[in-house]
Write a protein that binds this ligand. Structure first.
Ligand code: ATP
Ligand code: MG
Ligand code: MG
Length: 546
């Protein structure tokens, strides 16, 4: 069971339990609109809603808030279910669609009309906007505001029957055009829209607005605490008005601060733009902050839930450092992922004094911080590859890797020394000639000899060719959702000539590793037999200040 740290929402629940407001019941819901894929911000809401329910022996519904057919699709419904389940939450039979309430929502609208609390308005959207007023000036009442109940009922029924063109009429609440809160200035409850709905097809040509459908959906489902993000604070009076006007069961809306992350696009609309403009390969591009992108990148549900716990729940907006999310996946994989050797940019190295046809099977621990993960064998031979960056012919001070004349240790193997640098006609280094000291094998007499550098390597005859994808942030700078995005042109670097140790021959997409000295990597589903593809989840260096 997820443990929810004490937060202001839990305090409200504790108080409600004390006063018996909802008879001790706690019932939350996660209400995504199926108009895109879920992102890490939604994960915060999922962990919060399902977490509150679990911590209070309550229930949490999954509800598709599907009242806006033009942008919604079954593809999104399916991805949302997959993502919530993957995060580790379960709704049992408690899955609902706001669209299934369309008839009931319609009947409630007639009830509002009959009690004189709603009217059919013939103003266009632009005219309604013109009538809205300003912060200092009240709005103007619609000339249709005082229609009789009979006329309103007749017009509303004909709206439903399809007698009027799209956008020609609306149903509006009759509240207060002078309210300082714009949401209370006779808000639109229904609009005419001929759009096929993913669930109800062409049954309806009028659709309810979010501010009308949401409180009623909460009420129908017996929700106790309707948790939403801060931008709905100004909508709460309308939420309450709708339920009071209908005199139906009244859940309470509670707002919390949405998650914003540095260097991260966090709005479905903008994420869709990135997909549609082919800036990324899809919603699950490993650079995307979507749940499916994070999953493909190699993030685990544990790391994401841990992150959501750590950021907590507050009442004021803030920007969380994406370094914290990275810290959480490092922490989860540190003692779980096998530590293997992969050379991302190979440089050939021949050990001149090593016997021509000899192959040694060296014993290597799978995780030096978790002995329970056991050991494996890695082949060593005369020709190996090391990382191009691990050799410099004319090194600066404090370069402790391989240089002419300077010894290094090959991880799990021997100490070597560079004797000769071989270049092509263009002056590029193509090969290193080295010697090894046979007494320095790990566990033997000379193995205690100290050298500063330890390099990873693969045996040329045994290595597997691989593609490695290195990711950087999609956005250049720290910026919030409202800024013009400053995209990072180098958010993907593909290395197609990498080599990995042969123990990786049997891995499957989704398997995760630490590549020694390089970071954490996850096998991608683009892999083909003989050519695995690895996503870099995150580098090793943790910049997160605890
Ligand atoms: P976006 O603004 O990215 O399009 P949304 O709020 O329109 O998101 P919904 O599908 O309506 O997307 O969101 C479902 C739930 O997730 C809502 O209760 C919403 O408040 C919550 N949510 C969305 N984004 C965040 C976020 N960044 N942090 C926390 N909760 C979020
Ligand atoms: Mg929304
Ligand atoms: Mg939205």
């Amino acid at each position: 069971n997820p443990v929810i740290s004490t937060n202001f929402i839990q305090s409200i629940i504790d108080e409600d339990n004390k006063t018996g407001k909802y008879g001790g019941r706690v019932h939350t819901r996660f209400p995504p609109e199926p108009n895109g894929y879920l992102h890490i911000g939604h994960a915060k809401s999922i962990c919060l809603n399902f977490g509150i329910a679990a911590a209070n022996d309550g229930l949490c519904n999954l509800r598709f808030d599907d009242t806006n057919p033009s942008k919604e699709d079954i593809e999104y419904v399916e991805s949302i279910m997959e993502d919530v389940r993957w995060l580790g939450f379960d709704w049992d039979e408690r899955m609902f669609y706001a669209a299934d309430y369309f008839e009931q929502l319609y009947q409630y609208a007639e009830q509002l009309i009959r009690s004189g609390k709603a009217f059919v308005c013939d103003l266009t959207a632009a005219q309604i906007r013109d009538h809205r007023g300003t912060l200092v000036e009240p709005g103007k009442e619609s000339p249709y505001r005082n229609r009789s109940v009979e006329e309103n009922l007749d017009l509303f029924r004909r709206m439903r029957a399809g007698e009027f063109p799209d956008g020609s009429r609306t149903l509006r609440a009759k509240i207060d055009m002078a309210s300082p809160n714009f949401n209370m200035r006779d808000p639109v409850l229904y609009r005419i829209l001929r759009a096929s709905h993913h669930r109800t097809g062409d049954t309806w040509c009028i659709y309810p607005m979010y501010d009308y459908a949401h409180p009623i959906s909460d009420s129908i489902e017996g929700i106790t605490h309707s948790v939403c993000t801060l931008e709905f604070e100004d909508h709460r009076p309308l939420y309450d008005w709708v339920l009071d006007a209908l005199a139906i069961y009244h859940p309470q809306q509670i707002e919390f601060a949405r998650l914003n992350l540095t260097n991260t696009v966090m709005s479905k609309r903008k994420l869709r733009e990135l997909v549609e403009q082919s800036y990324v390969s899809g919603w699950d591009d490993p650079r995307m902050p979507t749940i499916s992108g994070l999953r493909r990148r190699g993030y685990t549900p544990t790391a994401i839930r841990d992150f959501c716990d750590r950021i907590g729940v507050a009442k004021s907006n803030s920007l969380v450092d994406v370094g914290l999310l990275e810290h959480c996946i490092r922490e989860d994989l540190n003692t779980k992922a096998s530590r293997v050797m992969a050379v991302l940019k190979p440089l050939k190295l021949v050990i001149e004094n090593y016997p021509e046809d000899m192959v040694e099977e060296l014993e290597a621990e799978n995780n030096s911080e978790n002995p329970e993960m056991g050991t494996r064998k890695i082949p060593f031979s005369k020709v190996i590859y090391i990382e191009q960056d691990d050799f410099m012919e004319n090194p600066p001070k404090k370069f402790f890797r391989l240089t002419p004349g300077q010894e290094v240790r090959l991880k799990h193997a021997y100490i070597i020394k560079c004797e000769q640098v071989i270049k092509d006609d263009a002056g590029e280094i193509t090969e290193l000639r080295c010697t090894y000291d046979p007494t320095t094998k790990s566990g033997e007499s000379g193995s205690a000899r100290k050298v500063k550098g330890v390099l990873h390597w693969v045996s040329a005859a045994h290595a597997i060719s691989a593609e490695v994808r290195l990711y950087d942030y999609l956005l250049m700078d720290d910026q919030t959702n409202d800024d013009e995005y400053n995209m990072n042109p180098n958010s993907l670097i593909t290395l197609s000539e990498s080599l990995v140790e042969p123990s990786l021959a049997q891995v499957k997409p989704g398997d995760k590793f630490q590549f020694l000295r390089q970071g954490y990597f996850c096998m991608d589903r683009d892999s083909i037999p003989g050519k695995p593809v690895f996503n870099r989840i995150v580098g090793l260096r943790d910049t997160w200040a605890k």
